[in-house]
Design a binder for this molecule. Structure first.
Ligand code: GTP
Length: 609
């Protein structure tokens, strides 16, 4: 296939606007999905994706299409995830494309992620093919929505293709549009090979599989490739295209997208954004690549039964990381929860999906601690440190200027984001109130059409990761949409709350909170713990402190639940059985000093109401 006959494209849309449904249609149109393997939403392969109806990991599929004049084209559909946490995956998928289908739901209109994805496509100079879908719906407003698309997405009315991916209206015109209006790959056929590695996953049988886009030159089985990043050499053992499963082709030519299997041992070697070139054809400089995925939200992951299940958790997490290299993992040892891992995620949904995969694909139950963002702490000697675990956060900050020692913390900075919220005008005030409550700073407000506004706020990421999206949805009856983009750090006043049980500090229960909310949060935590920790044989004190200063406390009176009280003397075996049972119950508890704390107590504190 010469580049003129190749079209690499992606579908970008706001979540739920029907991207996967359209992808399925296109695969049907080109005969990739037939009766045999016809399973709706073919590209959503992971189980969580199918369950939640969202796309997490981008998939790629090749299609062939013969036009009326007898030319056969190779079309590569590169799927992109639709959720804000996965913007990173969107931009890396787009790097292999020359065009995008920009899909807008004809009743929902342009939403926060439509705009965010549109800007990503524009930045990468891609041809935009506008499509309005779901026109079969009663609530569809084709005229209003096309006007909106014209105004916000800079497209011309005559170029918008109205379709219904569900009933099939106009779906046969989508591929001809891609062929006519979409751009062809722009690489050089005669130049030395440059292949962009844009995705990878681990296969039990083949090992690491890399998806590559051949920008210049060609790639064949048996060649030796060099990674521009590590300079390591690899022999190509298998080459092919995804159609929809692996189909061996032995070579890939300029402009093509396909997979290679080479002797890479670990997923970490397949560095997304890397350039692969031939050992016998050195290149002057690698392709631009992308910024590495940066974890924004960290949480501890511990097995429920830390004594017996740690190894199992370790294996499970290692396996999961083979398919999702954007999760960042280090060991963590907690006095209260035992051995576990500190995991960094791209966002809350990413964390949720990871947790679900952990439980589902491998059957391990886990405790995940309250997520935190990465703080930047400045010290008196001018050094800065990134803190992703509350335990490493300083107990106090020095306000005086003189007489400081080098490792006195002097200031803290927190990550901030620019949030875009699109909602109907009638919810405008509630949304503004919520953003202000969450320490937001208004940037601007733009009217999208007669009854919708697009609101921009600068907000601390910490405020967004704790139930912000849920609150936003419930305040606007589900109508608001949210997207956010990281925007550096800003100085802030945060303090660390330490929880102490009988004067002993519980590391898993340290929280970083805004200074002016510390009193309220501390009260909330000790209340929750008091409700959950059952009375013990002796008095238990529950305290919450900032540094050494206790700001909230509760005391549980001594009490021994006498389980044998009802067995008036007599039957000793029955008594023993009951006592054994009580002991058994204690095993599910975490012991802090001499106090037994039930699992639920931890969970109740981690849960945000
Ligand atoms: P993400 O992968 O999470 O981004 O979602 P998506 O954009 O792929 O959406 P999906 O294709 O899963 O469709 C969302 C919902 O819209 C599903 O319930 C579809 O059945 C429905 N839907 C998709 N296309 C159409 C259409 O043309 N008409 C109607 N009436 N419903 C549609």
């Amino acid at each position: 296939f010469p580049p003129e006959l190749i079209r690499n494209f992606s579908i970008i849309a706001h979540i739920d606007h029907g991207k996967s449904t359209l992808a399925d249609r296109l695969l049907e149109e080109t005969g990739v999905l037939t009766g045999k393997n016809n399973r709706s939403q073919f590209l959503d392969k992971l189980k969580v994706e199918q369950e939640r109806g969202i796309t997490v990991k981008a998939q790629t599929c090749a299609m062939f299409y013969t036009t009326d004049d007898g030319k056969t084209y190779l079309l590569n559909l590169i799927d992109t995830p639709g959720h804000v946490d996965f913007n990173y995956e969107v931009s890396r998928s787009l790097a292999a494309c020359s065009s995008v289908l920009l899909l807008v739901d004809s009743s929902q209109g342009v939403q926060a992620q439509t705009l965010a994805n549109y800007y990503l496509a524009i930045e990468q100079d891609l041809t935009i093919i506008p499509i309005m879908t779901k026109i079969d719906q009663q609530s569809s407003q084709p005229d209003v929505i096309s006007a909106q698309m014209e105004q916000l997405l800079g497209v011309e009315n005559k170029d918008i293709l109205p379709i219904s991916a569900k009933t099939g209206i106009n779906c046969d015109q989508v591929i001809p549009r891609i062929i006519e209006n979409g751009s062809k790959p722009s690489g050089l056929v005669e130049a030395p090979l440059k292949a962009l590695l844009f995705d990878s996953w681990y296969d039990e049988y083949f090992g690491v599989i890399c998806m590559v886009y051949v920008v210049d030159g060609q790639l064949k089985i048996g060649q030796t490739l060099i990674s521009a990043y590590t300079k390591k050499a690899y022999e190509i053992l298998q080459v092919g295209i995804m159609h929809p499963e692996q189909v061996v082709t032995n070579a890939l030519f300029t402009g093509q997208v396909g997979y290679i299997v080479c002797n890479m041992r670990t997923a970490a070697e397949a560095r997304v954004g890397d350039t692969l070139y031939r050992k016998d054809q050195p290149i002057d400089k690698p392709l631009p690549g992308f910024k590495p995925a940066k974890p924004m939200v960290f949480a501890g992951v511990f097995p429920l039964d830390s004594e017996n299940d740690f190894d199992k958790l370790k294996d499970t997490i290692e396996k999961l990381c083979l398919t999702d290299s954007s999760v960042h993992i280090t060991r963590e040892n907690s006095g209260a929860l035992g051995m576990g891992f500190r995991c960094g995620f791209l966002g809350l949904l990413h964390m949720d999906v990871f947790k679900q995969r952990l439980e589902q694909e491998f059957g391990t139950e886990t405790i995940i601690t309250t997520p935190t963002v990465v703080y930047k702490v400045a010290y008196a000697d001018g050094k800065e440190k990134l803190v992703e675990n509350p335990n490493e956060f300083p107990d106090s900050f020095m306000t005086r200027k003189n007489g400081l020692s080098a490792n006195d913390a002097v200031a803290v900075y927190e990550p901030i984001v620019v949030a875009t919220i699109v909602c109907p005008e009638k919810y405008f005030l509630s949304v503004i109130n919520l953003c202000n409550e969450r320490r937001g700073e208004q940037k601007d407000i733009v009217n999208i059409d007669e009854d919708r506004v697009s609101i921009h706020y600068i907000m601390p990421l910490n405020e967004i990761i704790h139930d912000f999206f849920d609150r936003l949805k419930s305040l606007t009856q589900g109508y608001a949409t949210l997207d956010y983009e990281e925007s550096g750090y800003q100085q802030t006043e945060m303090v660390k709350l330490n929880v102490m049980i009988n004067k002993e500090s519980v590391d898993a229960l340290s929280f970083i909170v805004p200074k002016d909310q510390s009193q309220f949060k501390a009260r909330e935590i000790v209340e929750k713990l008091r409700k959950q920790i059952s009375r013990q044989m002796y008095e238990v004190s529950i305290q919450c402190a900032v540094g050494v200063k206790v700001i909230a406390s509760e005391t549980l009176k001594a009490f021994r639940k006498d389980v044998t009280a009802k067995c008036y003397g007599g039957d000793i075996t029955r008594k023993r059985k009951l006592l054994d049972k009580q002991k058994e119950g204690k095993k599910k508890m975490k012991q802090i000093g001499s106090v037994h704390i039930p699992q639920e107590a931890f969970l109740s504190v981690f849960k945000v109401d």
